[in-house]
Design a protein around this ligand. Structure first.
Ligand code: DP6
Length: 339
């Protein structure tokens, strides 16, 4: 993360943040307003999936304006961004309106954590435009107010989000730099469609599953074991816990009221194949899914080409995205560049 310099009269800044994929999942909130999660989580940033956002604060503009991928935001999307801008205005004691221009280099709302990259980039650009003096820790908490997983897209590399029990104590921090381990996420894009039930509604119904309590009670043990495996570069253990976490989260989703089924038939075919490739062909790969049907195949970088090949063989024509481990959110500049 770059330091914020006070060197211009225009309250404008551009920032970039990467999406992230969780090994230990966040699903369910103890406080839905503050997005205080039911349990801590752990993820890696995705270098090749990112959002670039420009924010200009202005005393003369009458209202906030938001454009995403060249299209003016309206309705629920605009309302969510404005809610976040209000939280930032309250924190920094300003009453200016914001012009927000945002671009994703990957499909939005397809279970690729677009809200994580989006709210991390928005939070950093908005605070940088104000020349506000904010620590990385506070930035993660502020980003969390927009989207829980956005907290994890602020720090670099492999990141743990501590659940905390207040706004200040629920924050994320890097536990290892991107260079620590060259893992690659090979994403099988089962569907590019916008998901029908968004994460925010999903979090709200998590407690209605009788499995959620058991999942949360045992989450700390899995996080500690996965963190150890990550720090020791023990792929077999990382793979076992990552798949268990994904299955547990989806079991909660499927047994909530109303039930949420994010998997598609192709998702399940890939999950089964990935286990076969690991356990029978010795390819160091495991799967994890977020709130969507796309399958993230986490593998050692030397196995990424084989994983992509095998995915193509399993489901001919399937679209594949690939990403290395990413750095933290960064300020790109303080001049206008996005249209
Ligand atoms: C399934 O962070 O998208 O990806 O705070 O409502 O934006 P909101 O939720 P979001 O939740 C996504 C959770 C997950 C698992 C994870 O990333 O930990």
């Amino acid at each position: 993360m770059q330091a914020v310099k006070a060197d211009s009269n225009r309250n404008i800044a551009r920032a970039r943040a990467h999406s992230n994929i969780a090994f230990i999942k966040y699903w369910g909130n103890r406080d839905q307003q503050l997005r205080l999660p039911a349990s801590s989580s752990l993820s890696m940033n995705l270098a090749d999936l990112y959002t670039t956002t420009e924010v200009e604060w202005s005393a003369s503009a009458e209202r906030d304006s938001v454009s995403i991928d060249g299209v003016p935001a309206t309705g629920a999307v605009l309302a969510r961004v404005q809610r976040h801008l209000h939280a930032l205005r309250r924190r920094f004691d300003i009453n200016q309106s914001a012009r927000v221009t945002s671009r994703n280099n990957f499909p939005m709302g397809a279970g690729l954590a677009s809200s994580a990259a989006a709210f991390a980039a928005l939070t950093l650009a908005a605070t940088a435009a104000l020349r506000a003096d904010v620590t990385e820790k506070e930035l993660t908490s502020l980003a969390r107010l927009g989207s829980g997983s956005a907290a994890r897209s602020i720090p670099a590399g492999y990141v743990q989000w501590h659940r905390g029990d207040s706004h200040e104590s629920s924050f994320a921090e890097s536990i290892a730099a991107p260079e620590h381990w060259q893992l690659v996420d090979v994403i099988a894009l089962v569907s590019r469609a916008h998901k029908s039930v968004g994460s925010t509604r999903g979090h709200a119904s998590a407690a209605s599953s009788i499995l959620q309590e058991a999942r949360i009670r045992s989450a700390g043990t899995r996080l500690a074991a996965l963190k150890r495996a990550l720090l020791q570069r023990d792929f077999a253990t990382l793979a076992r816990i990552t798949e268990e976490e994904s299955n547990l989260m989806h079991a909660v989703m499927m047994t909530s009221q109303p039930p949420l089924f994010y998997w598609e038939p192709q998702s399940l075919r890939i999950m089964r194949a990935v286990r076969r490739w690991r356990l029978e062909a010795g390819i160091q790969v495991c799967y994890t899914l977020d709130a969507g049907p796309n399958v993230h195949c986490i593998c050692l970088s030397e196995h990424a080409a084989a994983v992509a090949d095998r995915l193509g063989g399993l489901l001919p024509g399937i679209e594949i995205l690939q990403s290395k481990v990413g750095g933290g959110a960064t300020v790109l500049g303080r001049e206008s560049a996005l249209g």
